[in-house]
Design a protein around this ligand. Structure first.
Ligand code: ADP
Length: 225
């Protein structure tokens, strides 16, 4: 499997005075179509690692290569453009814009990217249909259930056809039955699109559905499946 993303000797330290060393020399590779569960105790550094892999946060030292390119060599603006195009994010809390409909929320990354509404509406509808929400396109987030809101967030994350989908506790806020439905949706999207998927989760069932599990403890990888 060729690597889509490689993390090389990554360190992340927070703070100016009292420093907190959160990541202590992480090495890992994410292949094309790879599915990885990132697990470990609370405070281990999982979210921090996901944020650096997703280029939301810069490392203190070390590299992240995407298609072999050292992405943190980019300055902030080209880095944001790269991120918008190549990486999709799903968080525990959906972060949908409350005043916009499901359809508008899904279109938003394209509209922000300068596309015309008439051109992107079809793509957004298609994605909402594929996540089972064809009948909810004009609903606002407040008129949707927790599971439906997360489906909209997944559709939004996919709208620019990213190569890598990063999810941070995507079902951490959902009941068991709804979680299972969202898990099944993520598995089927991955199968259909061949996207690479890295998910931070405490949910053992979700982790079991991934091809690999990487366990982080105190800023170090202690187990890499
Ligand atoms: P996990 O996702 O495994 O629970 P996190 O990556 O969220 O762990 O956090 C790891 C550690 O880094 C925690 O001790 C947390 O308090 C600290 N941390 C995370 N973000 C920041 C920040 N912006 N500033 C200072 N410390 C932070």
């Amino acid at each position: 499997m060729s690597s889509l993303l490689e993390v090389k000797d990554l360190y992340k330290t927070y703070g100016n005075g009292a420093k907190v060393e959160v990541l202590k020399g992480i090495n890992l590779a994410v292949g094309q179509g790879d599915t990885i569960a990132l697990v470990g105790p609370s405070g281990a550094g999982k979210s921090t690692l996901l944020h650096v892999m997703g280029t939301i946060d810069r490392p203190t030292s070390g590299k992240v290569l995407f298609d072999g390119q050292d992405i943190f060599n980019l300055s902030d603006q080209p880095l944001a453009a790269f991120r918008n195009k190549s990486i999709g994010f799903v968080f525990q809390f959906h972060h949908l814009l409350p005043e916009f409909t499901a359809l508008e929320n899904v279109m938003m990354p394209l509209l922000i990217g300068g596309e015309k509404r008439s051109k992107v509406e079809g793509r957004a509808r298609e994605l909402l249909t594929s996540v089972g929400l064809a009948h909810r396109v004009t609903h606002r987030p407040g008129e949707l259930s927790g599971g439906e809101q997360q489906r909209v967030a997944i559709a939004r994350a996919l709208v620019r056809s990213p190569r890598l989908l990063l999810a941070d506790e995507p079902t951490g806020n959902l009941d068991m039955k709804t979680s299972e439905e969202v898990h099944d949706l993520l598995y089927s999207i991955q199968k259909e699109t061949g996207i690479s998927l890295v998910i931070v989760t405490h949910n053992e069932r979700l982790a079991a559905g991934m091809a690999r599990t990487i366990r982080l403890v105190d800023g170090n990888i202690v187990e890499a499946g």
